[in-house]
Design a protein around this ligand. Structure first.
Ligand SMILES: Cc1cc2nc3c(=O)[nH]c(=O)nc-3n(C[C@H](O)[C@H](O)[C@H](O)COP(=O)(O)OP(=O)(O)OC[C@H]3O[C@@H](n4cnc5c(N)ncnc54)[C@H](O)[C@@H]3O)c2cc1C
Length: 350
């Protein structure tokens, strides 16, 4: 019998699997064909809320732990997955500049907000009010990480690429069984796919759709991320992600066309050099009504768990939540109330 079946191998599933393997536990992954938010995401880590220049929820502690975690995971996978570069906040007015300077002396922010204005990281963007620089930021190369980890798991016969059929899960007192695989526990990490999960679809995961343009632009010459209305994130080889939109409306079709048109118009307003659109990518962020992750066990089945709701900052949040999940599942350490999925227990259909 193996220790854990994990359903879903985006950021949530992979970061949890790594924590469990680190504790000497065996894992078996089932990952389907649905589009992953994790590979569409730019993978930025940045603890500062750039609208108000405030710290995100537990941002400092999450970032410290996340950086260590991804560096170690990269070593285990024998590939480098952490790319550090600053984020430049393009100011639109003198008032925005002043707000920045009001915040830089606050102890928890001073580590991240530079007191020096940045003049011109690229000639291709006109910025009369200059930029504020956020330090200790960068991105995780999520696709590279998932590819390398998947390969490692496939070599151990611990990875199955298929959609999970919930009707075939047998839940016994001390174990679960799925298509002949017997495990002590099962954890669902399906991102927005949770909507189809009969055990956890009562949880208030709302979802938020995001679209990026992927562009090629030789003259942009940016080595940092720039945040104006949207982000420009360097991908290397003169390619950049531009976005992402933030839409409550999950539908596709004309909505995707509208998102693309909006991005193009904002990009045309921002940069002064020619570019080529290479692609447009879209996925749903697994956001929760109260903006906190969803972690814990099913209210009836003690060996059935969920880790989801990583929201808009999954890169930073996933390692901390995975650690808390392992402490909870293996060592019975209670989960913080604010992330415990039990907060939505009353919504369950008994
Ligand atoms: C446009 C966009 C930009 C973003 N930018 C950033 C960013 O810069 N920084 C940041 O920190 N976060 C960002 N995010 C948020 C981040 O991507 C998410 O928080 C995170 O990726 C969620 O990971 P997840 O594993 O929970 O979900 P997912 O990545 O969606 O993974 C879920 C996995 O479960 C699988 N699955 C679902 N149902 C089943 C089933 N029934 N059977 C088998 N497998 C199943 C899916 O195929 C998928 O592989 C962004 C998100 C979007 C959409």
């Amino acid at each position: 019998m193996i220790d854990y079946i994990i359903v879903g191998f985006g950021l949530g599933g992979s970061v949890l699997a790594s924590h469990l393997e680190g504790e000497g536990k065996s894992v078996y992954i089932i990952d389907g064909s649905d589009k992953k938010a994790s590979v569409v995401a730019a993978g930025l880590f940045n603890p500062i809320v750039l609208k108000r220049y405030t710290m995100s929820w537990n941002g400092h502690a999450q970032l410290q732990y996340a950086k260590l975690f991804y560096e170690n995971l990269g070593c285990n996978l024998k590939t480098s997955i952490v790319e550090e570069f600053p984020v430049y906040r393009r100011f639109h007015s003198a008032e925005e500049q002043n707000n920045w300077f009001e915040k830089i002396d606050q102890p928890e922010l001073s580590t991240y907000l530079s007191p020096y204005l940045v003049e011109q990281p690229t000639k291709a963007i006109v910025a009369p009010f200059k930029y504020g620089q956020v330090m200790k930021t960068g991105r995780i190369l999520i696709q590279k990480m998932l590819d390398a980890y998947t390969k490692q798991l496939v070599n151990k016969a611990a990875f199955k690429n298929e959609d999970f059929d919930y009707d075939l899960l047998e839940i016994k007192k001390n174990y679960v069984q799925y298509k002949g695989v017997k495990a002590k526990r099962i954890v669902f990490c399906e991102g927005y796919g949770i909507k189809k999960n009969p055990f956890f679809n009562h949880l208030l995961l709302v979802g938020n759709k995001g679209t990026y343009l992927i562009i090629e632009c030789k003259d942009l010459q940016l080595k940092a991320a720039v945040k104006s209305h949207f982000f420009i994130v360097p991908l290397g080889n003169n390619r950049y992600k531009f976005g992402a939109t933030y839409e409550q409306q999950i539908k596709g079709g004309n909505y995707d066309l509208a998102a693309k048109a909006h991005l193009i118009s904002c990009l045309d307003d921002l940069i002064t050099v020619p570019y080529k659109i290479i692609d447009q990518v879209t996925a749903v962020r697994p956001t929760v009504k109260d903006r906190r992750p969803l972690a814990g066990s099913h209210h009836k089945h003690e060996n059935v768990f969920v880790m989801n709701g990583l929201g808009t900052r999954g890169v930073m949040i996933a390692p901390t939540v995975a650690k808390q999940m392992v402490d909870f599942m293996e060592y019975k350490k209670p989960l913080p109330n604010e992330i415990n999925c039990n907060r939505y227990k009353s919504k369950a259909d008994y």
